[in-house]
Design a protein around this ligand. Structure first.
Ligand SMILES: Cc1cc2nc3c(=O)[nH]c(=O)nc-3n(C[C@H](O)[C@H](O)[C@H](O)COP(=O)(O)O)c2cc1C
Length: 385
């Protein structure tokens, strides 16, 4: 197991272990790839005006999330195909989440069925992320499966009406269907640990990974595309869809991929308990607004009445503080946990969580913040240097 002291060390270690095609799929953005750089710049520009003359011996990082008091404002974001990072990747993240005491949101496009994740990580608080399919009946059937497992929180992603343009995936041959090429072959040969320990092991034990949550008749290995149009991602996210999901799902409902206060307001009026303000980690539309920019208006619209979560670009504990300062109650992180998984498997997950939380605690103490609410009351400035 390798040691890592911050996000960049996790990422560097993951880069050595993973074939380039997989690393780029996780790491990179879309189109001209300006969004990820933009996320970083905006976080770095934001500064806090420190409060002194106060007691910062024990900052309180606690927060209420869907009816439960949590020690930390952090959730593990849904990420498709985490099973390609490591053999049984989704199970390892789920088990690591229990050790870290964090909820883990499993993805519709996971390579492990949600039933199996639940069975093999009984200690974990699992959420489920829904990508609504074009076929409403099949989407509701998937919700019923999740409901039968006793999962309490459904996160519906509404910012992804298809596949964004990713030139790097096409160049690397990491497309669905997978495009075999000399480049991909060499990439795999240069990473024998992954080729044998992940792909080779799947090959021997259960066959090539697939989108395992899809019904049996349409499920195919990721080397082939799901051709049945009923299981394409929906392009119609009108209120009717959210209402149908609300009617079918008795638990907590959170809508992920919101940027406009009117959409946040509508989601809440349709019965959602919360929203995730996101630019999808800079992985969807390259020109989306930074969550830091849109959070204040959304907090004004629904804050206090509904849960405001945020994600995209979290690399340090200070980034968490900045999203909360801009209006979030708590945050999700995606890549941080995938790098930890690539580097150290299950054990990496609580280590990555501790790293981010320790950094957040240090930020709070140095900035003179007693609790998370103080971050939202603090004075922040965007420095130009
Ligand atoms: C490899 C990868 C796959 C993802 N797959 C999904 C997905 O299936 N559904 C979804 O709602 N978000 C997905 N996301 C977005 C994350 O949920 C989250 O919004 C994003 O990763 C946050 O940014 P960060 O990675 O910089 O923390 C994915 C992100 C990554 C990195």
């Amino acid at each position: 197991m390798s040691d890592f002291l911050d996000f960049s060390e996790m990422r560097a270690s993951a880069r050595r272990r993973l074939p380039r095609a997989i690393f780029d799929y996780i790491d990179r953005g879309t189109e001209a790839e300006t969004a990820i750089v933009g996320l970083r710049k905006a976080f770095d520009r934001r500064r806090i005006v420190q409060r002194a003359l106060c007691d910062v011996s024990n900052p309180d990082l606690g927060v209420d999330i869907v009816g439960t008091r949590r020690a930390h404002p952090l959730i593990i974001a849904p990420t498709a195909l985490a099973g390609l990072v490591r053999y049984d990747g989704e199970i390892e993240i789920a088990r690591g989440a229990a050790q870290a005491g964090l909820p883990y949101c499993a993805a519709t496009q996971a390579s492990t069925r949600i039933e199996e994740i639940v069975a093999r990580s009984p200690q974990t608080e699992l959420w489920f992320q829904l990508y609504p399919w074009r076929d409403r009946t099949e989407t509701l059937r998937l919700i019923d499966r999740v409901r039968a497992l006793g999962i309490g929180t459904l996160l519906v992603t509404v910012d992804t009406p298809g596949s964004p343009k990713k030139v790097h995936n096409q160049r690397n041959g990491f497309t669905i269907p997978l495009k075999p090429s000399l480049r991909l072959g060499l990439d795999l040969m240069r990473h024998p640990g992954w080729s044998l320990g992940v792909m080779g092991r799947y090959w021997i034990t259960r066959g090539l990974p697939s989108f395992d949550n899809y019904p049996g008749e349409v499920r195919t290995a990721i080397t082939r595309s799901v051709s049945d149009p009923r299981f394409a991602l929906t392009t119609n996210f009108e209120r009717d869809l959210i209402s149908a999901i609300r009617d079918r799902w008795p638990g907590h409902l959170i809508v992920k991929g919101i940027q406009h206060p009117d959409d946040a307001e509508l989601a809440v009026s349709l019965g959602a308990q919360g929203v995730v303000i996101s630019s999808h980690g800079g992985r969807n539309l390259d020109s989306l607004a930074h969550p830091l920019s849109v959070l204040p208006a959304i907090r004004s619209a629904i804050g206090g009445r509904a849960l405001v979560l945020a994600d995209s670009g979290i690399r340090h504990g200070s980034d968490i503080a900045k999203l909360i300062g801009a209006g979030a109650d708590a945050v999700l992180a995606g890549r941080a946990f995938l790098w930890a998984l690539a580097t150290s498997g299950e054990a990496g997950v609580p280590r990555a969580a501790k790293l981010l939380i320790d950094e957040l605690r240090t930020f709070m103490a140095f900035a003179g913040m007693r609790n998370l609410a103080a971050l939202r009351e603090a004075q922040w400035i965007d420095s130009s240097d």
